[in-house]
Design a protein. Sequence first.
Length: 348
Amino acid sequence: MERCFQLARKGEGYTLPNPMVGAVVVHQNRIIGEGYHRQYGKAHAEVNAIMAVKEEALLADSTLYVSLEPCSHHGKTPPCTGLIIAKNIPRVVIAVQDPNPVVSGRGIGILKEQGVEVTVGILEAQARELNRMFFVNQQYKRPFVILKWAQSKDHFMDHTRTSLQEKMPAVISNRITQTIVHKIRTQTQGILVGTRTAMLDNPQLTARKWHGPQPVRIVIDRENKIPTTSALFDGTTVTIVFTGAIRTDLPNKGVKQILLDFHGDTNRQILQSLYKERIYSLIVEGGAHLLSSFIRKNMWDEAYVETSDKMLYRGIKAPEIEGEEISTKRYLNSVQFHLKCQTTRNFL
């Protein structure tokens, strides 16, 4: 099963919104086929593992290990349970049931009805952790929320600025942590910033330093202050604008505007809208006010907080956050803290 997890991670970022899944076919304690879900809409892990077996006759005396319950319904691809049964595979070992309440247990039930010996729950905790985003999506019907920021040693995020021309943003991250952030961007579907960040930094919000899918760029612009010349509207990838009034001067291609009621809970509305847009994972990158609003309302799942050895002495104070520490890693002159919210909630 650990090999299944290794294989599954090869699809990280490419299977969204589907989970990462790995599968291994074993005959007499020897792996004879393995595969993983490579890309959304493409063949599932079980199919790739089974088709990798060179001697098909061995399948009738083999065990299929898979990190998530095989699907039993027609989606982008045919159900994997049908192939398992057709190939006469007698034993299937599953790490964890599919969390989707509509289909959870159906694949297992179909296999058992056809005489397949099914074992469930091998390394289940690790399997849930592997696809924590997918489990939150399916069980709570909301996006998985990741907070991210970099701060100085004295806990400032930036200089105090009024425009990009006045002063450049404080450089806190180093070349390694910048690359790591871009990697994380490829593993999530959307990236959100507030109006002030968009105007002061003119960010591209793309994954330029890591190969992989580009996230949807998302910005809050209540009063339509962001200029049409902003990098967010350059058409290189899709941008969603949450606004108080639809504007007519934005490009029609690659830009979608969504109205918010700014007298209500905007965080909740944003997450509800993104879920409807099939954006199931979100990085909130700034600024400090936006990040703090998600922390204050306890609307987050994980956070990446980079603390540099640099001192700023004054400026924009970084948010304060408490969570369960997943990992702490030093990269050159910075330490990156990876935190997890202690309680997973359905905050929609």
